[in-house]
Design a protein around this ligand. Structure first.
Ligand code: E4P
Length: 228
């Protein structure tokens, strides 16, 4: 499963890109507004940091303008994925942009029926929002289970499931278990994936015991690895 970072905060993206574990990024108008920067500049900078897909969302509501915006956004960098909303116009734009060879992420997916439409429209990714479904008392991961099963049963569908609106590590673990292709995570969730109190406790004990040996690894005196 690939990891995307769900933010327009360039410092966070730089820091987490250095882990080597981040494959791409997603943004949306709310995240761009929070960054306080010009949209195109933010996207260009993210695309320069991360080699993988970077989702940039159109801002129009009608298909012809979405297509024009999508073509414009796709010219910012070769790794831009154009994000369109799951509306009739969004899916029309998706078909047209996909036909041009521009990758499209269909966002704001809240049902399996919508995910089927996104696949029919040739989307590269569909983004079901699990956290927002949980927020209204439903189980967002049930939708991921449904979509993954449907896409597996329909080999002609090439769309990847991009789990969005991720709120915690359990969403990521369950997305991986269900076979989702991508999870896009806020930086805090990426960090939380590393964390376990027993790791911290175990490491502290190992370090204390190592200290007692009084030894140091002689790394300055490395020899080539012996041939096996
Ligand atoms: C992803 O593409 C979405 O922009 C994002 O995951 C939405 O998350 P939220 O529901 O936490 O705003």
């Amino acid at each position: 499963m690939r990891f995307f970072i769900d933010t327009a905060d360039l410092d966070e993206i730089r820091t987490l890109a250095a882990t080597g574990l981040i494959d791409g990024a997603t943004t949306n108008p709310s995240l761009v507004a929070r960054s306080g920067r010009r949209f195109e500049d933010v996207i260009a900078e993210i695309c320069a940091i991360l080699p993988g897909p970077v989702s940039a969302e159109v801002t129009a509501l009608d298909a012809p303008t979405m297509v024009a915006e999508g073509r414009y956004l796709a010219r910012i960098a070769t790794n831009v994925t154009v994000k369109v909303p799951l509306t009739p116009d969004g899916l029309k734009a998706c078909r047209e942009l996909s036909g041009d060879g521009i990758p499209v992420n269909v966002t704001l997916c809240f049902s399996a029926g919508q995910a089927i439409l996104a696949a029919k429209a040739g989307a590269t990714f569909v983004s079901p929002f699990v956290g927002r479904l949980d927020d209204i008392g439903l189980n967002g991961m049930d939708l991921i289970r449904d979509i993954c099963a449907i896409y597996r049963a329909q080999p002609a569908f090439k769309t990847e499931v991009l789990v969005a609106s991720v709120r915690g590590v359990n969403h990521v673990i369950e997305a991986a278990r269900l076979g989702a292709h991508v999870a896009t995570m806020p930086p805090a969730v990426v960090r939380a994936l590393y964390a376990h109190p027993l790791t911290d406790k175990g490491l502290a004990a190992f370090m204390a015991d190592w200290e007692k040996t009084g030894q140091k690894l002689d790394v300055g005196n490395s020899k080539p690895r012996a041939a096996e």
